[in-house]
Ligand binder design. Structure first.
Ligand code: SIN
Ligand code: CO
Length: 382
């Protein structure tokens, strides 16, 4: 899937993280990559995250998957929506939808959520903390956009859904197959299916909160820290009031924190590993048969393209001129010399034909064998 008419540079300049944008069918050729039945099938699988939202008068009810197959037959006339998360991990044609959005860095991209709604169905007016491209796959949906929200915005009391207490549409459009709506974080929105068989593909992004960064970094630092690295005051002098925590003590305590927190190199490596962690770590993508370096070299020499696992996250940080840290599925790999070019290509392409020149490098073949055996790359994911 490729764009025919979408100026990505102008989009980043004028809209990304700033204001919504409706883009009427920007594709070379739009085709809906998944059928409603296939989506329903995924919602019944137990390693797939899904929700079924049913509406009654003005209220919404959420059920979490996996759903029993019989559930769909029981749905009545009132509008309903099925939402399936990370469909790109399971359906290569849906994963292919992300490729045109690679003008945004890999680490910012989350997943493709796919929804199916019956006539009038929707998840209710809400806002999200992340950017999203809503692509109309099949049928029609009316999208309404409201104002910017934040943590102070009044919500309806609901266990599972963050629904807005008040919603006024400032703009609205009907989207046809192939049309796309970009919504920045915080903008209120409401999508209502117009007619049956309404499918929407949400390309979702990630942006860590400060709370998440500090919490997770500290959690990961703590096991490496020792109990003997402590506050010391061999220069302690008599103070007027024993109750005072002196400025010099606070300075020294604060420095103990800051020395750790300002280590940018350690943070960079941690963030690369953290942000490339699999979303569903319990899913085992390893091949049934591990491969050794030599058979892998032969397969690659025969020109078989290696495909990145759509569920794996690949990114890198350049450390020095001849050193790069490659992050794959939560781990970091130091790359030097010839391996640098391979790492860069792997991060930039979802499928890769390994050049014969590279196969002369044992380091390259060993690294690829490691990724293959971890389930981060394969010859076929379908
Ligand atoms: C939907 O696809 O129905 C909901 C997507 C969203 O509002 O984020
Ligand atoms: Co939303």
């Amino acid at each position: 899937m490729q764009f025919k008419s979408f100026n990505t540079a102008a989009f980043l300049r004028d809209h990304w993280q700033k204001r919504p944008l409706l883009i009427r069918n920007p594709w070379q050729w739009w085709h809906n990559p998944l059928s409603p039945d296939e989506l329903a099938g995924l919602a019944c699988e137990d390693h797939v995250e899904s929700r079924l939202i049913t509406q009654s008068s003005d209220d919404w009810n959420a059920e979490h998957g996996p759903l029993p197959q019989t559930r769909f037959g029981e749905l009545g006339k009132s509008p309903w929506t099925l939402l399936v998360q990370a469909v790109d991990h399971h359906v290569p044609d849906v994963a292919a939808l992300i490729e045109p959005f690679r003008f945004i860095p890999n680490w910012r991209i989350d997943d493709v959520m796919v929804s199916y709604a019956s006539d009038g169905g929707g998840v209710g007016p809400h806002f999200d903390h992340y950017d999203v491209f809503l692509i109309q796959g099949l049928g029609q949906r009316r999208w309404q956009i409201g104002e910017m929200c934040d943590d102070q915005t009044a919500l309806r009391s609901h266990e599972d859904l963050l629904l807005l207490a008040n919603f006024d549409a400032a703009d609205e459009w009907i989207l046809d197959p192939g049309d796309m709506l970009y919504i920045p974080p915080g903008f209120a929105h409401n999508g209502i299916a117009v007619g049956e068989d309404c499918m929407t593909y949400s390309i979702g992004f990630r942006s860590p909160s400060r709370k998440e960064l500090i919490g997770n970094w500290c959690d990961d630092l703590l096991p490496e820290m020792t109990d003997d690295d402590r506050y010391r005051d061999p220069d302690l002098s008599i103070q007027q009031n024993p109750g005072e925590i002196s400025a010099s003590a606070i300075n020294r305590l604060h420095a103990m924190l800051m020395e750790q927190l300002t280590d940018q190199q350690a943070f960079a490596q941690w963030f690369g590993e953290y942000s490339s962690r699999p979303r569903y770590p319990e899913t085992d993508w390893r091949p049934q048969e591990p491969i050794e370096a030599e058979p892998l070299r032969e397969l690659l020499a025969a020109g078989h393209p290696l495909l990145r696992n759509p569920a794996s996250r690949f990114s890198f940080i350049r450390e020095e001129q001849n050193k790069l840290l490659l992050f794959v599925d939560g781990e970091s790999f130091v790359c030097q010399n010839a391996v640098i070019v391979l790492a860069e290509k792997l991060c930039a392409n979802d499928s890769l034909i390994v050049e014969s020149e590279w196969l002369k490098s044992d380091d390259i073949v060993a690294l690829l064998a490691e990724f293959y055996n971890r389930g981060s790359v394969a010859f076929d994911w379908s």
